[in-house]
Ligand binder design. Structure first.
Ligand code: SF4
Ligand code: SF4
Length: 365
């Protein structure tokens, strides 16, 4: 028994060493017991029948590239960092899963993003992940839930990418962080930086995982984030600032209006050029997407002053237009209107609803 115990302890350390050696900044372990009582996306057996545990890990995003992105100074820098960090996370998951298999433990890598369950009502379009890295990360002590619902960490804030491996190996769970240690003071700057209104301003979601309760702002329809973070539209209601999307189709107020809005912007999305770095997503028209938002994540720095500074960077950096060569540029709201007015009607339909072209944008709030 003592020898068996020793062997399990060695495997705990080995899996942690492997992912840290590959570039992760932190790693945790959950088991079916520590996830007990959680939502369906914490059911490890969905990924691997008979699974006993999962290893979850975090990689950092480049903070300097984030600020240049928010200031509309550099689009490709953060996009490339985001794509490569996600790819690195998925690669580490594959490497660890194969390592565990070679050691005799069944294991399945769970990619960082863009993989969805196919057995729900609308299949992949429901965008239900096989497993939620976020829940695994907070229960295993990698970070806390911020009000945004993103996982936040003392040093990196929410600027991290997560990956996981589900396995039949007997591993020892790591402890969650104490709720009192979280830097989230509910400043709501994540909400202020979100043009889609995904996060509910009042209601919260509460989950219990293995007897520990976690909470974050209730998420309204994910179609909101699909529409804005997906790049279908990106102009804030004030008209003063935008995401990196050059499209300015109206952003609805109600959950039930977003699906129709998405449908109406599929064609312009597919026709707008997307030169340079992007990511490949199976649900996007034309499959290629670009990181146009992520504001709720990249605004959330541990230092409250930096958070406020980042929101200011975003809201004072103007709006994005697309130039003839397809490149994107941050300009003043007034310059953007002139740019659109100079387009042919056909070209203009790629960016806005031309029945609204005579509307005067109000720059008051
Ligand atoms: S931006 Fe503020 S409210 Fe939102 S998660 Fe970060 S610290 Fe919490
Ligand atoms: S990624 Fe953008 S659109 Fe989606 S919730 Fe965050 S801020 Fe809102």
């Amino acid at each position: 028994m003592a020898n068996k115990r020793k062997r399990y302890e060695d495997l705990d350390q080995t899996v942690k060493d492997l992912v840290l050696n590959a570039g992760a900044i932190d790693v945790g372990i959950v088991t079916t017991e520590t996830l007990e009582g959680g939502p369906p996306s914490t059911d490890l057996s969905y990924v691997l029948d008979g699974a006993r545990s999962a290893i979850v890990f975090a990689l950092p995003l480049d903070q300097e590239k984030i600020e240049r992105f928010l200031k509309k100074e550099d689009f490709p820098g953060h996009c490339l960092d985001n794509v490569r960090t996600n790819t690195q996370a998925s690669g580490i998951a594959l490497e660890l899963a194969r390592f565990l298999e070679m050691k005799g433990h069944a294991a399945v890598p769970v990619e960082s993003n863009f993989v969805y369950r196919k057995d729900t009502a609308r299949g992949p379009f429901d965008e239900k992940p096989p497993i939620s890295h976020r829940y695994l990360a907070v229960r295993s002590g990698i970070g806390h839930f911020g009000l945004s619902g993103n996982v936040i960490r003392e040093n990196e804030g929410a600027a991290i990418i997560l990956g996981s491996v589900v396995t039949k190996a007997h591993l020892t769970p790591t402890e969650p962080l104490s709720a009192g240690e979280s830097y989230c003071d509910e400043c709501r700057l994540c909400m202020a930086a979100c043009a889609s209104g995904l996060m509910h301003s009042e209601e919260k979601t509460r989950v219990t995982l293995g007897g520990v309760e976690f909470s974050y702002a209730k998420r309204q329809s994910y179609n909101r984030c699909d529409y804005v973070c997906g790049g279908f539209s990106g102009l804030s209601k004030s008209g003063k600032w935008s995401t990196w999307s050059p499209a300015r189709f109206p952003i609805p107020d109600k959950d039930e209006e977003f699906l129709e809005a998405l449908r109406g912007t599929l064609k312009p999305y597919a026709l707008r050029p997307k030169p340079g770095i992007g990511f490949y997503h199976p649900l996007l028209p034309g499959n290629k997407g670009q990181s146009t938002c992520g504001h709720c994540q990249i605004i959330c720095h541990p230092d409250k002053d930096v958070r406020a500074k980042r929101l200011k960077m975003l809201t004072e950096a103007g709006v994005v237009i697309q130039l003839e060569d397809g490149s994107l540029k941050g300009v003043s709201p007034e310059e953007a209107l002139q740019h659109l007015a100079a387009m042919s009607p056909e070209e203009r339909t790629l960016y806005e609803n031309i029945t609204r072209i005579n509307r005067n944008y109000e720059f008051g709030d």
